[in-house]
Write a protein that binds this ligand. Sequence first.
Ligand code: NAD
Length: 482
Amino acid sequence: MAVQRAKKTKARRPRPGLVKVVNPTTGKVFETFPITTREQVDAKVAKAREAFKSWSRLDVDERSVYLARFAEILRKRKEDYGRTMTMEMGKILRESIAEVEKCATAADFFAQNSKAFLTPEEAHTDAQRAYIAFHPRGVLGSIMPWNFPMWQIIRFAIPALAAGNTAVIKPASASPRTGLFVEEAFREAGLPDGVLQVVVGDYTTGTALIRSRVDFVSLTGSVSTGVKIAREAARDLKKTVLELGGSDPFIVAEDADLDQAAKGAIVGRFINNGQSCIAAKRFLVVDAVADEFLAKLEENVRRLKVGDPLDPSTDIGPLYAKSQRDEIELQVKDAVAKGAKLLVGGKRVKGPGWFFEPTLLGGVTTKMKVMRQETFGPVLPVFRVPSLDAAIEQANDTEFGLGASVWTRSLSLADDIARRIDSGLVFVNNAVKSDPRMPFGGVKHSGIGRELSRYGLLEMVNVKTVQIYPPGSPAPQGPHVE
Ligand code: NAD
């Protein structure tokens, strides 16, 4: 009788998922990464908690040494890192390299200023000594987008580390390699093991990170993700900083320098192939100068060269994903169907990759998606308004409140305009940009909290009241309120 052998059953190990990064210039897979599993996320957070014990005890100046070394490494590698960033998400090479340089500048800024930012503030109370201390919060989790894949990580990570926290970061699934470069550069700077770690994956990894033992969650991403993450973090009362979407107004007053304003419009709208949270997205132009301004815009938009983002002569590369191009195409079609005038562009570019023509729309109304939704692509819609007051009213008629750019020669009006616009940033006679010296963030659905500057750093600390009484002081007397 034949011996029956028990069939060998292979132990079923769950196959880890993969993140496939597609080069948006070719539409082909560029690199593949295994997704960090929930268990691995938990293990990294545990390691970060262990590293926190010694990192948080260092003096700020000791921590700053690592930040300064990190800045040097970024400058040394800017070409390599920039090139990979372009291949991951399609921004033109000179903007990628400038992004790496800006990260180095921010690292230097916090290396030089964090000591002053974190110096305890002496106070006067009935105690012998009273002060306000700025102590780290612990392990901070961060979930980041793809559009400025290094800058967004850095503007969270540098102040987080300067303040004595440790960090676990999840870059967008479109740009994990850039996130891993940040980890690599810090390793090379000699940063102690576990102080900054990167996990790779999609929203499932993001959710695992929020549910892990992190003490705080920072998100830069869309409004809908912000709502989900805030809900998830609230289950365990974790503090969040949310940097979300925007539909920034760009106001052109009757007395504006129109040539300057037109140049500002091109930078403000088309930077990063039109995919920036602080891109100017709604152009509100006073009627009296609208025709002249449109003519200048048309001339400038026609000059933009679309092509391979690695080619130094290119101005506009591809959108980061096919889905993003489909979205922008729908928004343009909606505007045209509702009566907008297509003055330049308006179509996808034939051939491989996710290219879309730089597009100028006139005759825009508030019924169109381009005025109501965030347009994340190279589309410039112009809406006519009768006056500056009407422009400000229109500027505020949105769920968003990130930035605003206003062009006028009447500088005496600048403070009043800045006060009346509901946004986190207002720039007069310039395009909106971030700067490590200034706070960055939005109001309304554009977010909660601030990044950069001392204000951004203070989001990531425990502001602690310390009151020291001499031994033998009388016990508190009299009625107390909490
Ligand atoms: P997104 O919201 O789709 O993704 C952002 C990050 O969140 C990614 O890492 C993603 O994997 C993760 N994520 C998505 N859903 C999640 C969930 N349910 N739980 C946990 N993690 C989740 O945004 P995006 O497409 O990567 O980026 C574009 C958006 O980001 C735009 O709306 C843009 O305006 C905004 N943005 C804002 C700022 C700012 O500073 N305010 C800066 C850049 C981009």
